[in-house]
Design a protein around this ligand. Sequence first.
Ligand code: ZN
Length: 148
Amino acid sequence: MSLDDLYREVILNHYRHPKNRRSMEGANLSIEVANPLCGDEIRLDLMVEDGRVSDVAWSGRGCSISQASASMMSEAVKGQTVEEAVQLVKAFRGMMRGVEPEIEMGDVEALRGVQKFPVRIKCAVLAWDALDQVLAEPAAHQAEGRGS
Ligand code: ZN
């Protein structure tokens, strides 16, 4: 099995059996993002407590790469501190530009194959952009209905 085949297998596996794809009661941060070029949509819900991402949930629709990437991101970021999560986003963005990540990326590494298809990079980055935006400006992304 070539590395490309292995990567494809990992991506398809996340697409068919997505991790953390559900709605979350009591999320304190949420965001909806879209990639109109491909029609991908992702809603991300986070529970951030004491500077740590204690729970992650997402939902969405779109191509296999966008949805698999959201699944991988959710798995990678769950339990991380906000600081670690920001580093992860940075490492992922670097990886998509061909920079070797300095931290362990796990399944996420399968997305490096997408680099060869520049038009699909936006699909792969969508969920990570959502995470980045929420963590950079939590005050602007408070989940609606909190405390009600
Ligand atoms: Zn897409």
